[in-house]
Design a protein around this ligand. Structure first.
Ligand SMILES: O=C(O)CCC(=O)C(=O)O
Ligand SMILES: [Fe+2]
Length: 503
């Protein structure tokens, strides 16, 4: 199905869709717990500076994105949907994994405790002081924020922020024993530590002074959900929990927060299940030229909301000469993800995701037996030890000798393309390599033209926007002048009437 070119939905449809499942904001953080607002003000400033040092603290709302409407009509959604109970593992592999096609799965959350427990009120009561990760500073160190302050931030200045801070926390079961012990004594408890459920009773029996005790039951987010059946054969588990890169995240954020365009690391695939709210996705096949969907445009940052504001409209605009848009040409898949839906992102697919309202989700990256080759190819250089371990374990598990492993095909490919004749630049002159270079040159040229087209369109839109703003300002000034003139007239009238009366 070609992607729809709708950008925004009508007010009426918008209200219907928004009204459907927006979490009822029945309370404000301050109604439930007491907050030290002075402390909050100090913290939020330093957190913002650390998380996005390139942005002046007064510039967080300078683009005015909060005024825009980013909802899309349900008809713009062009992804395939399935019901978990109707599609077997085998069918899923054949129809979606092998061809590498994104799909939305319904029904995975049935029976998950998260369906009941993951909402603002319950999470606030459990994690009020837990400091979730909301970003990284320039040294790559995590920037954290107490949950109660984060929710307060969402209720207040995040409403205006162009791209609000976003909780993206992967500390599932990562704590070491000693850290766990230390953490029992201070007000930081990992919500992902599933090794032991420490009851409030036990905590009170400890010798620590009462005020230092965690004021909440040690919860366990891992027990609140289950990996959907299609994704539970994750080969990275074979490499051991310690060696494998971070792979599961608790994700919570407000309107306009999101994840800029990217593809997931190491060739992994991903699933993303939404419990609360709505997410808007655009996905592009691995072969899509990066220059088109992730263009380097002057003054444009890498936030999802900037992409949806500036890049998306260009992608869906139909080219007069070609008769179709970049979105159609590159087979963009667009999704309006609703609560209870799981998005499957095949390895290598580019994607950009923005929260349309308050959302809570969980996401995991994995390597399935179907995608082992793809993952191995992308890990062998950057993480050679991990790649080797993955491969060894996989070949042992599948009972296939090393010699018949797919790795041999790559050895063969390399030796076939090696030739004795090197030109002065050290380029291989064999036929295969020459053809490869030719294809690449042609592809690069096409992309350059398309990129130039994008840049021109972007600059044209920027000029139009500037003109519109100028016009708006002039209209306001004109109105003000008019108002002043009217006021003067009215005053004169009043004075005239007064004089008449006095006479
Ligand atoms: O929910 C989101 O913001 C998308 C997450 C994502 O794409 C990722 O974790 O790689
Ligand atoms: Fe991703």
């Amino acid at each position: 199905m070609p992607p729809s070119t709708h950008t925004y939905m009508s007010k009426q449809t918008l209200n219907q869709t928004e009204g459907q499942s927006k979490e009822k904001v029945s309370f404000r953080v301050c109604d439930i717990i007491s907050l030290d607002l002075e402390k909050y003000e100090r913290k939020i400033k330093s957190i913002k500076i650390r998380a996005r040092s390139e942005l002046d603290i007064f510039e967080w709302s300078k683009r005015g994105y909060a005024k825009n409407n980013y909802w899309i009509p349900p008809s713009a959604d062009n992804v395939f949907r399935i019901e978990e109970s109707n599609v077997s593992r085998e069918e899923f592999i054949e129809k979606f994994e092998v061809p590498g096609l994104p799909v939305v799965i319904n029904g995975c959350t049935r029976g998950w405790p998260a369906e009941v427990k993951w909402n603002r009120e319950t999470l606030l009561k459990k994690f009020e002081d837990y400091r979730f990760k909301i970003g990284e500073d320039d040294n790559g160190d995590p920037v954290r924020m107490a949950f109660k302050y984060y929710l307060y931030y969402l209720e207040n200045e995040a409403i205006k922020d162009d791209s609000p801070l976003y909780i993206f926390d992967s500390s599932f079961g990562k704590l070491k024993r000693s850290v766990q012990q230390a953490e029992k004594t201070i007000l930081k408890v990992s919500p992902f530590d599933f090794s032991s459920e420490v009851s409030t009773e036990n905590q009170n029996k400890s010798e620590e002074p009462k005020e230092k005790q965690p004021r909440f039951h040690r919860p366990c987010l891992l027990k609140d959900y289950k990996v959907p059946k299609y994704f539970d054969d994750d080969l990275f588990r074979l490499t051991g929990e310690k060696r494998r890169p971070p792979y599961r995240w608790f994700v919570l954020g407000g309107e306009r927060s999101g994840t800029g365009i990217h593809f997931d690391p190491l060739g992994t695939s991903a699933w993303n299940t939404l419990l609360v709210g709505h997410k808007r996705w655009c996905l592009f096949p691995p072969s899509t030229p990066r220059k088109i969907i992730d263009p380097k445009l002057k003054g444009l940052d890498h936030e999802a909301v900037s992409w949806f504001t500036h890049v998306y409209p260009i992608l869906v605009k139909v080219d007069k000469d070609q008769g179709k848009s970049f979105a159609e040409e590159f087979e963009m898949v667009q999704v309006l993800q609703k609560p209870g839906e799981t998005v499957y992102v095949p390895g290598g697919w580019h994607h950009v995701v923005m929260n349309l309202d308050f959302t809570i989700a969980v996401t995991q990256n994995f390597c399935s037996p179907t995608s082992i080759e793809h993952v191995w190819l992308r890990t062998r250089n950057s993480r050679p030890k991990l790649a080797q371990k993955l491969l060894n374990k996989f070949t042992n598990l599948s009972n296939i000798g090393d010699s018949s492993s797919f790795v041999d095909d790559y050895e063969l490919e390399i030796s076939e393309t090696q030739s004795e004749t090197d030109d002065s630049d050290g380029e291989c002159l064999c036929y295969t390599c020459k053809m490869k270079r030719k294809r690449k040159e042609k592809f690069d040229k096409q992309n350059e033209e398309a990129e130039q087209q994008m840049r021109e369109e972007y600059e044209k839109r920027e000029r139009e926007e500037l003109e519109r703003l100028n016009q708006e300002q002039q209209n306001i000034k004109g109105k003000e002048n008019g108002k002043r003139y009217n006021d003067r007239k009215i005053n004169e009238e009043i004075r005239k009437k007064k004089r008449k009366k006095e006479e």
